[in-house]
Design a protein around this ligand. Structure first.
Ligand code: ATP
Ligand code: MG
Length: 587
């Protein structure tokens, strides 16, 4: 039986941690004091891209490698902070030469290469609002997001343009300029209605006078994952830099000199907040790789690039677990000192797998597109309770609440289940849901933001994820969180992944049905079916354990790797599937 806690001592940590949790340290924290980690624009105001790039370039860190961009053939290109500063200036000048003014929406549909960084950071220098899109989206989800976000400029590769944009271009009335490049840095044949990015960059000036943005100027437009319904457009401001800086320092423990790898795609908020902004704010070197998942290559990257801090997601970890420990044991990771995960609940099995196989426990943290940055985390010096999301970061006040019918809040005590709420404001708090003012307003009650996730806080102040309010199952008067049931199933050696849903039941309200995919080497059978149900009953009790179980080859995920339980439920009950634009492998 595993212990319920992974103890940490400061002596075990190879680098002195940025954050050691204590009541005193929390009391001394203030956002105002943290502002000294940013410099502000020389003439006043705040700009995310200036803080992330130019601030370092103008100091001693100019020659330091900002980006190490890996190619498919084992080669790489290093880009220094100084070079990135000049190139992003040029991109901002390109926008200016096209007459693009501050506030305009610049969409970036780029693979994880240099152009992505030029587009995101250069557009922010020009005071534009940037929206990174996921390259794997088909024309329809792209059209939805480009229309909803009123795209004015689009940066993309010529191949993506031909495959995905040319057919919808006529239906994008606000889109004035399309900039294209070739992913292999080759010359591109002229494309009707599109401009050649690299030609324009070559003609652009190296210097740019950054737009007069302030902490309240809009900077980023993200779309939520669409796990529970139609993706929402979420607007963030330049002031979010402070949350990114502090969370990068305290939740990811980034130090100067770190080699950092974030595996998230910038089409999702993690890939922007922690794939671009936070690490650059902290002046570290980012490893950039954007090819399909491949366990062998991933281990190779961790080893060869000497990654010290790695931020990934539960689905990726589950895929590595599925690939087997032997593959990991072919590699050595002496530089790796911290692993974190976000996006979905991290099963205790996965936390322990990290410790057993990679030599480091995996640190779960929680946040949302709406929060803009990490809010609750297992930080490097904290004891880990596997299965818990950790504790609120300094500067973040969290609570577990019930929303009363009269729109007041009831604050719950230890171990009571309710909605996870955050005291407003914090620097990266979202400023609107695009075109949905009423929905935005309804997220806030009495000075608190209600997240829509259910959680409980234990007596030691650790938060435990129960489920999204839409996914929680109510059976025989009990509230059942899918995560607890799925984690229990995943403890069985045959199970690669599990998802559970509630099925209407005239007697019990709902009953639990599980969908399970198996690890290689295991075959579905009646005996295994019964064994899994028995295993769940033994560990969870008859009320919480699934009554039904089905074997499936794969489970439906969003492109950001989240289980789409609502889709399993719709299919099971023969209901409409709703918005599936974010589905990973639409059939
Ligand atoms: P949509 O809002 O469109 O349904 P989404 O909520 O999945 O999509 P994101 O903002 O990308 O979109 O994801 C945030 C959500 O992901 C959280 O509200 C939570 O439900 C889940 N999540 C993120 N991190 C964790 C975690 N560490 N543990 C449990 N759940 C997590
Ligand atoms: Mg959400």
């Amino acid at each position: 039986m595993r212990s319920r806690i992974i103890k940490k001592t400061l002596d075990d940590l190879p680098v002195a941690p940025n954050w050691v949790d204590s009541v005193q340290a929390r009391e001394h924290f203030s956002w105002a004091a943290q502002m000294c980690g940013l410099s502000g624009l020389p003439g006043g105001g705040l700009n995310l891209a200036y803080e992330a790039v130019d601030r370092h370039a103008q100091r001693d860190a100019g020659p330091h490698t900002a980006l190490r961009i890996l190619d498919r053939n084992g080669g790489h290109r290093d880009v220094s902070y100084a070079e990135l500063s000049v190139l992003t200036n040029r991109f901002a000048n390109v926008l200016k030469s096209l007459g693009v003014t501050p506030g305009a929406r610049v969409f970036v549909l780029c693979g994880r290469g240099l152009e992505l960084f030029l587009g995101v950071l250069g557009a922010m220098k020009a005071g534009c609002v940037v929206s990174p899109l996921f390259c794997a989206f088909g024309p329809q989800p792209l059209e939805t997001r480009l229309c909803l976000g009123e795209a004015y400029v689009l940066l993309t590769s010529d191949a993506l343009y031909r495959r995905k944009i040319s057919t919808i271009r006529d239906r994008l009335p606000t889109l004035k300029h399309v900039l294209v490049y070739n992913e292999n840095a080759e010359d591109i044949a002229p494309l009707e209605g599109a401009l050649n990015l690299h030609q324009l960059l070559a003609e652009a000036d190296d210097h740019f006078s950054i737009a007069c943005t302030t902490a309240d100027s809009p900077a980023l437009l993200h779309f939520t994952s669409g796990t529970t319904g139609t993706p929402k457009g979420v607007l963030h401001v330049h002031g979010a830099a402070l949350t990114h800086l502090v969370s990068g320092k305290y939740a990811l423990d980034l130090h100067p000199g770190d080699i950092y790898w974030c595996t998230a795609d910038p089409g999702w908020v993690t890939g922007t907040s922690y794939g671009i902004i936070a690490p650059l704010l902290l002046g570290v070197t980012c490893v950039i790789e954007g090819f399909e998942f491949d366990a062998e290559r991933w281990y190779g990257i961790l080893e060869e690039q000497q990654v010290s801090v790695w931020y990934t997601a539960p689905t990726a970890i589950r895929l590595l677990m599925k690939a087997g420990a032997a593959l990991a044991h072919n590699h050595r990771f002496p530089c790796l000192r911290f692993i974190a995960s976000v996006g979905e609940p991290l099963n205790p099995e996965a936390v322990w797998w990290g410790k057993d196989v990679l030599g480091l426990a995996i640190h779960d943290n929680w946040w949302q597109t709406e929060t803009g940055g990490i809010m609750i985390a297992n930080t490097v010096a904290m004891d880990i309770k596997p299965g818990s999301m950790g504790k609120p970061l300094p500067g973040v006040e969290a609570a577990v609440v019930l929303r009363n019918a009269d729109d007041t809040l009831q604050f719950l005590g230890s171990d009571e289940v309710g909605e996870l709420a955050l005291k407003q404001p914090w620097p990266a708090m979202f400023r609107s849901y695009l075109g949905q003012e009423e929905r935005y307003r309804r997220c806030f009650v009495g000075g608190w933001y209600l997240s829509g996730d259910l959680a409980r806080r234990d007596a030691d102040g650790y938060y435990w994820f129960i489920g999204r309010s839409d996914d929680v199952i109510k059976s025989a008067g009990h509230l059942i969180g899918p995560f607890e049931v799925e984690s229990s199933l995943m403890e069985h050696p045959a199970v690669a992944e599990a998802a559970v849903i509630g099925k209407p039941d005239p007697l019990l309200g709902e009953t639990v049905k599980a969908f399970v995919s198996l690890k290689s080497g295991f075959t579905a059978s009646q005996a295994l079916h019964d064994e899994l149900l028995g295993h769940a009953r033994k560990h969870l009790g008859a009320v919480v354990a699934p009554k039904e179980l089905a074997f499936v080859d794969t489970l439906p995920h969003t492109r950001s790797g989240k289980l789409m339980r609502r889709l399993l439920k719709a299919r099971e009950l023969g209901l409409p599937e709703g918005d599936t634009s974010a589905l990973e492998n639409p059939s």
